[in-house]
Write a protein that binds this ligand. Structure first.
Ligand code: FAD
Length: 435
């Protein structure tokens, strides 16, 4: 079972969908996704996407906020270029039909989130990711040059290794020829050969016991790239979102977006109900996420309880502006307009990933990595809120553009054998116990 394509895209979040739409201008695209097309972290994004759209704001302010949140480990040139490209990339997203909230005069409504010195987050109520997914999926499904295979699980990147050559990290010119992928419904394994392969497989929140990420976020992209000997960077940085609703054993944990704090909600300690964030940072409740998550951890340990409270009662028009959160909390028996909400940090965003250059190219030829699966240097040690949807858009655009003139020179690799898992002795973990 084999198939050939110009572009093979793995993942149907914002990065994969946006790349597919851009690349389809240059060739045929096959997009694989292991679940249904809408299942991705993207669909669950609440707060929004950051970009400079106000005359009160400036690129320099957004750049400095990003560098500060990244704690000295961002690649500054990447930060500068991504933030300057943001308005154009976001306008392209709007051209696919994504609608962001506007006031009665038609001006974009901009929210403020932690670490941002100005309001600059475009949003669709508190379900921005769902609005983005819906519009991009419709555009992808209507495109004559894009095929989508749902329920197909990419297993392994194909490189010279599969041609019988010993490939280690020092091997010069490792090249990706496509992937082996499992069709879940039939158990068949496809050999998919591609001129360009794009990993847009998202993060790995499910590695942690408490996470806001849906079940699809299992780190497959980084694992495949690591096995293929790609360069991986900064996997020690995993961002914990400070405020997931505290519900023991709930997977995924339900997120209470930072935009609530931007709209006036305050963290209070669980015993005396007093605000505490100013003890930890002069930016108070809108300090960057790492600082707020650590402060919550400290306060809950002082109180001997596994949570603190978020007081969202001061938020104006909460039921209208945050309908998803409002309805969810009511279902759980707490009314955010009347009650304090128990919250605790949850694993949220994979800051490290497959190391790429500013065009999304990995250390493996013909292999790109975009979106949460990648490490581009935009986030450094810690992502500024709402910069990740932005990063996915900008790098999807750049990667597609980068392939345009090279595509024709990337010839298929007919000698690739069909899937035949190496017959190695079982690993120590699966070996039968010998007394
Ligand atoms: C609850 C929540 C709220 C968030 N809110 C915001 C926000 O307000 N603003 C912001 O900027 N960011 C937010 N984020 C982060 C943001 O949503 C993600 O970083 C971003 O959507 C990642 O997009 P992506 O396309 O890289 O990956 P994803 O959207 O996660 O898509 C990955 C895709 O790859 C597929 N896949 C994975 N492995 C395989 C495989 N082996 N074979 C085939 N397919 C595979 C998955 O099924 C999925 O379709 C939030 C995240 C969560 C979880």
């Amino acid at each position: 079972m084999r198939v050939e394509t110009d572009y093979l895209v793995i993942g149907s979040g914002v990065a994969g969908l946006f790349f597919a739409l851009k690349a389809a201008a240059y060739g045929e695209v096959l997009l694989l996704t292991k679940d249904q097309i809408q299942e991705s972290n993207t669909t669950y994004a609440q707060g929004g996407i950051a970009g400079v759209f106000s005359s009160q704001d400036s690129f320099e302010a957004h750049i400095q906020d990003t560098l500060t949140a990244g704690d000295g480990l961002c690649r500054e040139a990447v930060v500068r270029s991504v933030i300057q490209e943001a308005p154009a990339a976001i306008r392209e997203l709007m051209a696919y039909g994504v609608e962001f909230d506007r006031d009665e005069t038609g001006q974009l409504l901009l929210a403020r989130e932690g670490g941002h010195s100005h309001p600059r987050v475009l949003h669709s109520r508190d379900a921005t990711g769902a609005a983005i997914s819906k519009a991009l999926i419709a555009a992808v499904q209507a495109h004559p040059r894009i095929q989508v295979w749902e329920g197909v699980f990419a297993l392994d990147l194909i490189t010279q290794h599969h041609l019988g050559i010993y490939v280690n990290r020092g091997y010069p010119g490792i090249t990706c020829y496509g992937v082996y992928a499992l069709e879940i419904a039939t158990g068949k394994i496809w050999t998919i050969l591609s001129r360009v392969t794009v990993l847009a497989a998202g993060g790995a929140g499910q590695v942690y016991p408490v996470t806001t990420n849906p079940p699809t976020a299992t780190g497959d992209g980084v694992a495949m790239a690591l096995r293929a000997k790609a360069r991986i960077a900064n996997m020690e940085f995993y961002q914990f979102h400070p405020t997931a609703l505290y519900e023991p054993d709930k997977r995924p944990a339900f997120l209470l977006t930072e935009a609530l704090r931007g709209a006036g909600a305050t963290l209070v300690d669980p015993l005396r109900h007093k605000p505490f964030m100013h003890k930890y940072d002069p930016r108070g409740d809108l300090a960057p996420r790492d600082i707020v998550a650590r402060a919550i951890d400290t306060e809950s340990k002082i109180a001997g309880l596994p949570y603190v409270f978020l007081d969202a009662r001061p938020v104006k028009n909460l039921p209208e502006n945050f309908p998803t959160i409002y309805q969810y909390c009511l279902k759980k028996g707490v009314d955010p307009t009347q009650d304090l909400l128990p919250v605790a940090p949850a694993a949220h965003y994979m800051v490290g990933g497959i190391d790429t250059d500013p065009q999304g190219r990995t250390s493996i030829q013909r292999l790109y990595a975009i979106g949460e699966v990648s490490y581009t240097g935009l986030h450094g040690a810690n992502r500024l809120a709402s910069n990740s949807l932005l990063e996915a858009l900008v790098f999807a655009r750049r990667a597609a553009q980068d392939t345009r003139d090279k595509l024709a020179s990337y010839t298929g690799q007919k000698e690739v054998p069909d899937w035949d898992p190496p017959r190695q002795p079982p690993s120590r973990r699966t070996r039968t116990h010998q007394p």
